[in-house]
Write a protein that binds this ligand. Structure first.
Ligand SMILES: [Fe+2]
Length: 141
């Protein structure tokens, strides 16, 4: 019986060591994708000279109607040739909260405002350029 128990525990240990790395990887998707699928200030990847014009800047204000944020990307709106297509706001679990799509024939600059109500915690904000891909910044609200 003791030998069977030992074998069972050994098998459990082997299974656990296989599962753990996947669990750790799944809990940090932002780190695995930074610099590849999307870009950040610290992981600009192939767009290292494009940080200033693409990183979304987030301003937070709190009022009687809850939390408001303003997102500004310091990027030109050169018609459909080169522009910011949208801002996307996600919560701390990377779940969608809201987005603002831009029309380069009407919007002179990529600026958006969002009401977050009573939400508090980390937000992830994405700014998407039609040439220089998707950029992520975070804020605590
Ligand atoms: Fe761009």
């Amino acid at each position: 019986m003791e030998r069977r128990g030992f074998i069972r525990l050994s098998a459990l240990g082997a299974v656990t060591s296989i599962i753990v790395p996947k669990t750790v990887l799944a809990s940090t998707p932002s780190m695995a994708m930074a610099g590849g699928l999307y870009y950040t200030k610290d992981a600009p990847g192939r767009w290292s000279k494009k940080v200033g014009g693409h990183l979304p800047n987030i301003s937070v204000s709190k009022g009687t109607s809850g939390t408001q944020i303003e997102v500004v990307t310091s990027h030109g709106m050169s018609g459909y040739e080169h522009y910011i297509t949208k801002h996307i706001v996600l919560n701390d679990k990377f779940e969608f909260i809201n987005e603002k799509m831009f029309d380069p024939t009407k919007d002179k600059s990529p600026v958006s405002q969002f009401s977050l109500g009573e939400y508090s915690g980390r937000i992830h904000v994405l700014s998407v350029c039609n040439k220089h891909d998707t950029w992520l910044n975070v804020a605590e609200v």
